[in-house]
Design a protein around this ligand. Structure first.
Ligand code: PAF
Length: 207
């Protein structure tokens, strides 16, 4: 697996792949990988010659009081998991690399960003759509894969691709759950035993 941290190196590596006519799939993540992310790699692998995974904790989608600074960044462990699952190219830039000289141009989400998660996280989906648009421009995938767990995110990315005529297919992989029914999430690590037990009410209620 090739590990890349700069935009310049990413572009030159992918230019070679594109010249060779390879079909590129992208799995965008914020790292702290778990089986949910790795199932996206499996799905991506099925219809692509080259699987690119991005690991980037995108400051733009975190509110001021949120956990951008403390979000887990187990870089070597993530790289080992990605390589073990068959990722061909791991793009893991730092914030400075992605937003150097940023002047504040953003992708504005529509009305959908005002409900559900968007209602309690103002600016979150603007940050998500902006970084996903950047990743699409940088990687140029034929298909990009996202988890059904973040269904509002999926709906909004699909809307962006439609409204802005982006030439990328959006693949959606099913939720992967732990033995107690809780959907796998990097942030589950924040839950106390008591909170975790309480959270299992969600899959039971949906069940
Ligand atoms: O779902 C996530 O992990 C993030 O929102 C994404 C799509 C990688 C954008 O930062």
């Amino acid at each position: 697996m090739e590990r890349i941290t700069t935009i310049a190196a990413l572009r030159s590596s992918l230019a070679v792949a594109r010249r060779g006519g390879k079909r590129i799939a992208l799995v965008p993540t914020m790292g702290a990988l778990h089986e949910g992310h790795l199932s996206l790699v499996d799905a991506a692998r099925q219809r692509a010659d080259l699987v690119v995974m991005s690991v980037f904790v995108n400051s733009l989608q975190f509110g001021l009081q949120e956990d951008w600074g403390t979000y887990p960044r187990p870089r070597e462990h993530d790289a080992a998991l990605a390589a073990g699952r068959g990722v061909d190219l791991l793009f893991a830039p730092e914030d400075e690399e992605m937003y150097r000289g940023d002047t504040g141009v953003r992708v504005m989400p529509g009305r959908m960003a005002t409900v559900w998660e968007g209602a309690i996280r103002p600016g979150h989906f603007e940050g998500v759509l902006t970084v996903v648009a950047k990743l699409f421009h940088l990687v140029g995938p034929s298909v990009a894969w996202f988890g059904q767990k973040d269904i509002q995110q999926v709906i909004m990315i699909r809307a962006m691709v439609h409204d802005l005529n982006m030439p990328v297919e959006i693949g959606v992989a099913p939720i992967v759950r732990d033995q107690d029914g809780l959907a796998l999430s990097s942030r589950n690590a924040y839950l106390s035993a008591e909170q975790r037990a309480a959270a299992t009410a969600i899959p039971r209620a949906l069940g």
